[in-house]
Design a protein around this ligand. Structure first.
Ligand code: AHG
Ligand code: MN
Ligand code: MN
Length: 340
């Protein structure tokens, strides 16, 4: 009898995968492995809270605003607490910056070699209506000496300096997708075992695609060049897909091919998305999967951050589509220069 057929192997757990890949890390001391495991643990806890949110009065508004002036949802606040606590307890991180906190958070672990930037709950407006939401994180190695508190300089590194980045999508299934600069791997959460299992090894994104994702409700505020690119997508008969949770829109396009856009608009000259908490992590992932990310003109990962909460326009996804968008937008920049 073929025993394998009777009981199929359950596959590779995230923990085992991280340990196996440890030697790939630029500084293979095990600390980054531990840090990734801390994030996975917090993701499991947040996943549990999201799944039962309708039952225990943690859906809905918290009654406060975050530093961006956006209404905080209870789950925004809960997810923020969960991730910060896990990172603090883990001991590998000296400083955290979060979309939900105005200032740097010092963990008290001054020996920690890493800095984490996090959007603990992405897609807040979808929490109450059972639509996919996510978590996005970037990990940097500190530049200041260990033994002291992390500094703003540690936190304000360009995306090229990320040593790892990832996201969790709480969707029809819960997945954790991450990169340490050697390709992108996706893990699906198996609730009954409480483990993430490798389900999407070596993700590579299609070079082109037929999906465009943008909030066209804002098209009145688009530049002419931006409007022209959207018209081009329609001429190509692309499908419009926009969930309103960046993680979910990005994840779909990563697997299927497509472009996600949050452009600069007349209302929001730098777009809406945050460079440190959203754009950089996804840019690192998309490049590792063979795609591209840009602010319409230059590579996302090379944008110099000036402040913790900087925003950036985002054009991300299949290389051919992002390059085409850049071609269209180049006209806009040429016009702007001519009028100076
Ligand atoms: P967050 O919930 O972390 O504040 O992020 C919301 C972001 C992003 O997830 C999404 O793509 C975008 O906001 C949607 O914005 P619009 O409603 O302006 O399209
Ligand atoms: Mn977000
Ligand atoms: Mn958020």
């Amino acid at each position: 009898m073929d025993h394998n057929k009777l009981a199929l192997p359950v596959g590779t757990t995230l923990d085992r995968f991280i340990m196996r890949k440890q030697e790939d890390f630029p500084y293979a001391t095990g600390e980054l492995s531990q840090l990734l495991r801390d994030i996975a643990l917090a993701a499991k806890i947040v996943n549990r809270e999201i799944n039962r949110s309708g039952l225990i009065d943690i859906a809905g508004a918290y009654g406060s605003q975050n530093v961006q002036g956006e209404d905080q949802q209870k789950l925004d606040v809960i997810a923020n607490i969960r991730f910060i606590r896990a990172l603090r307890n883990g001991g590998e991180v000296c400083t955290i910056i979060s979309e939900e906190d105005e200032d740097m958070i010092q963990t008290g672990n001054n020996q920690g070699k890493y800095v984490v930037a996090i959007d603990p709950l992405d897609g807040s407006s979808n929490i109450d209506v059972n639509v996919s939401i996510g978590t996005i994180f970037s990990i940097y190695r500190r530049v200041s000496p260990t033994g002291t508190e992390g500094t703003e300089q540690d936190c304000l590194q360009t995306g090229t300096h990320q040593v790892a980045a990832g996201y969790v999508i709480y969707g029809s299934s819960t997945m954790l997708v991450y990169t340490t600069g050697n390709g992108v791997n996706g893990f699906t959460y198996e609730h009954s075992l409480g483990e993430f299992f490798l389900s999407h090894p070596n993700i590579s994104t299609p070079k082109t695609g037929a999906i465009y994702s943008v909030n066209e409700g804002s098209s009145e505020y688009f530049s002419e060049a931006m409007a022209a690119y959207v018209a081009y997508c329609k001429q190509q008969n692309f499908s419009a897909r926009y969930i309103g949770s960046l993680v979910a829109d990005f994840h779909r396009n990563l697997l299927k091919g497509g472009i996600y856009m949050y452009p600069a608009t007349k209302k929001a000259p730098n777009g809406k998305l945050r460079l440190m908490y959203e754009c950089n992590a996804l840019a690192f992932i998309v490049e590792q999967a063979g795609g591209k990310s840009s602010n319409g003109r230059s590579r996302t990962l090379e944008i110099e951050p000036k402040g913790l909460h900087d925003r950036s326009p985002l054009f991300i996804g299949s290389t051919e589509l992002v390059e085409k968008a850049e071609e269209f937008l180049a006209a806009e920049y040429t016009d702007a220069l001519a009028s100076m």
